[in-house]
Design a protein around this ligand. Sequence first.
Ligand code: FAD
Length: 407
Amino acid sequence: MIGAGHAGLAASRVLGDRSIDHVVLERGEVANSWRHERWNSLRLLTPNWQSRLPGHAYGGPDPDGYMTAGEVAGFITNYAALSNAPVRTGTAVTSLTRDGDGYRLLTSGGEIDARTVVIASGACNLPHVPALRAALPASIAQFTTFDYRKPDDLPDGGVMVVGPSATGLQLAAEIHHSGRPVTISVGEHVRLPRVYRGRDVLWWMDRSGVWNQRYDEIDDLTRARRLPSPQLVGTPERTTLDLNALGSMGVQIVGRLSTVRDGRALLSGSLRNMFALADLKMERLLDTFDEWAAAHPREADGPAPERFEPTRVPQSSPLQLDLRDGRIRSVVWATGYRPDYRWLDVPVLDEKGHLRHDGGVVDSPGLYALGLPVLRRRKSTFIHGIEDDARDVIDHLAGYLAAAQRA
Ligand SMILES: Cc1cc2nc3c(=O)[nH]c(=O)nc-3n(C[C@H](O)[C@H](O)[C@H](O)COP(=O)(O)OP(=O)(O)OC[C@H]3O[C@@H](n4cnc5c(N)ncnc54)[C@H](O)[C@@H]3O)c2cc1C
């Protein structure tokens, strides 16, 4: 097993339950990404009642609250201890190659041979930043979500946040509250209210079955795997953080950053269409919830269906921003994440650098993956989504080992 995040530890638990001998190799500490790769104010956008792993679930006093990154690290570390997971921390895998019927791993702690390998090294190891970052004037300080920790890390003055998903909206709001003028550049996004008909919107995702939809039932799987994270934030007040909320605060909303030329950011003018599309998709999802509620009146016994104000299109939105006039001093790239497979020497990556796999069964015998977007279900990358995937993938792995033994 490569990686001791929640995915690797969940799979380790399932392997342990089946008495399959294994080791979990972790380059840093258990729950390393939650300890070292998140900004200070981050809270989960999934409620505590949803923090569950095979054989373990949140049992604290605030099931409707949202954990801080430190609390998530504690939750996962506790899980590793409770599961007696055979973790070797401080052990980075530097190479994985096919060797005979199995695999050879070179690690910072020596060589290991394995019949099978599960890659649970995470989908968000590196920031995904567009190449146009290189065209920004040198006077602009640039940050990714890996180097941003808090607003005071930024120079004084205006900030452009690029990216309208959960990360971008959360950072835009907190930087705005620090007193810096914020502009957010908006491309495709997924809009959701925090609360729908009196319940957390993720309760609806869970109960209505949307999150359980299987990868082999999704029409456009490639697109589903690329979808940005929903515009949500976890606050004690269960605040909805969407573009209307940002606009009301005074954050300037501009179109997608398409290129940078001669020190000017050129922005797409299609805000109206983009907003209409996100609003339409949200309405369709709410329709799905309502249909489910109508069929399950006892479970969904709360308030009647509701609809939300469409995303307001700003009265004037510039198509260019001069990045040399001193008004914008820094840019925060909230443009997504990508995995890091520089250590992987088995030819299983496609031309875009994604693992070739079918529901976590990688395109090389005995090699598996967990924790990737819509790996086997829509919920695959979320903490509560790992259990079903881990059981399915380890089932396949156990079958593979048994067949190899028979042969
Ligand atoms: C900003 C952000 C917010 C999120 N919020 C939520 C949320 O609210 N709710 C939710 O359910 N999910 C959330 N997620 C999604 C998901 O839960 C996290 O991405 C989670 O960290 C994924 O767990 P993982 O075990 O797949 O990967 P990781 O937590 O990244 O764990 C992978 C581990 O593998 C190790 N590793 C990597 N490469 C190597 C190597 N070569 N050798 C040895 N070890 C290696 C890493 O050090 C790491 O510890 C969020 C993700 C991000 C990025």
